[in-house]
Write a protein that binds this ligand. Structure first.
Ligand SMILES: [Zn+2]
Length: 246
């Protein structure tokens, strides 16, 4: 994200170092069990716990680091090893909830270069809210204690485009798609025309959803104490950059 500057020693660096240790430990234990090269009395090395961002700002830094790796083609594809998978059997501690669109070009784990156990992702067309989405976000925050919720819109969002077109033409969208359009409609920017209207509405929709989430009483209480931030952001397909929206 553009608002967070990379520090001299990114949060991810210490994580990567520990991950290498975790992978080494896991490989040793597996080799012993499979090949019998480790004495039976030798206890498998425990996988060190991965340090997790525990504050909203640290979580944002981690996402910014990952998005930088993604858009510069330096992805690490972290936290996919066998040792990590084994560790995660015992529980999950994702450091961010990402509420994003269903668009196939914007998968959160890829564009933030994160792995297993890192992100709780909730996806709905146009990142619209309904009871299931609200409950899912609340689960990540209240039950798992994640310090950050990112509402992630994106360039060229088809759901937003459909909502704008439906309002302009009066056309009823098929099946349950009209429900999506109805949720987006209050965000439509009538001060703009054509493509500019769609583009502006993408941002306004993110802002609307972000505001509604932040007003949820249980989330608002955590925001007040500084334990949680709800941040609106947008992914650009052209640059692959995620930037926060104010
Ligand atoms: Zn979309």
């Amino acid at each position: 994200m553009t608002v967070i500057r990379q520090t001299d020693k990114p949060v991810g660096e210490s994580r990567r170092t520990l991950l290498r240790a975790a992978v080494a430990g896991g490989a040793l234990a597996t080799g012993g069990l499979t090949l019998g090269t480790v004495p039976a009395s030798a206890a498998p090395r425990a996988v060190p716990p991965r340090p997790r961002p525990t504050t909203p700002s640290a979580a944002l830094c981690e996402l910014a680091d990952g998005n930088r790796r993604w858009r510069t083609f330096h992805q690490q594809h972290p936290h996919e090893s066998g040792a990590v998978r084994e560790t995660l059997v015992g529980g999950q501690h994702p450091f961010a909830v990402i509420l994003g669109c269903i668009d196939s070009r914007v998968p959160p784990e890829l564009i933030f270069d994160q792995g297993l156990g890192d992100l709780m992702t909730v996806r709905a067309a146009g990142e619209v809210l309904d009871e299931a989405v609200l409950g899912s976000v609340a689960y990540g925050v209240l039950e798992l204690g994640t310090p950050l919720v990112v509402v992630l819109g994106h360039q060229a969002c088809g759901a937003v485009s459909a909502a704008v077109r439906a309002e302009e033409t009066g056309e009823e969208l098929p099946a349950h798609i009209q429900y999506i359009a109805d949720r987006i409609r209050p965000a439509i920017d009538h001060s703009q025309q054509g493509q500019a209207r769609i583009d502006s509405t993408i941002d306004r929709n993110v802002a609307m959803v972000t505001r509604r989430l932040a007003e949820e009483p249980d989330l608002a209480a955590r925001i007040t104490t500084g334990a949680l931030a709800v941040v609106g952001a947008r992914y650009e397909l052209t640059s692959q950059r995620v930037h926060t929206l104010t």
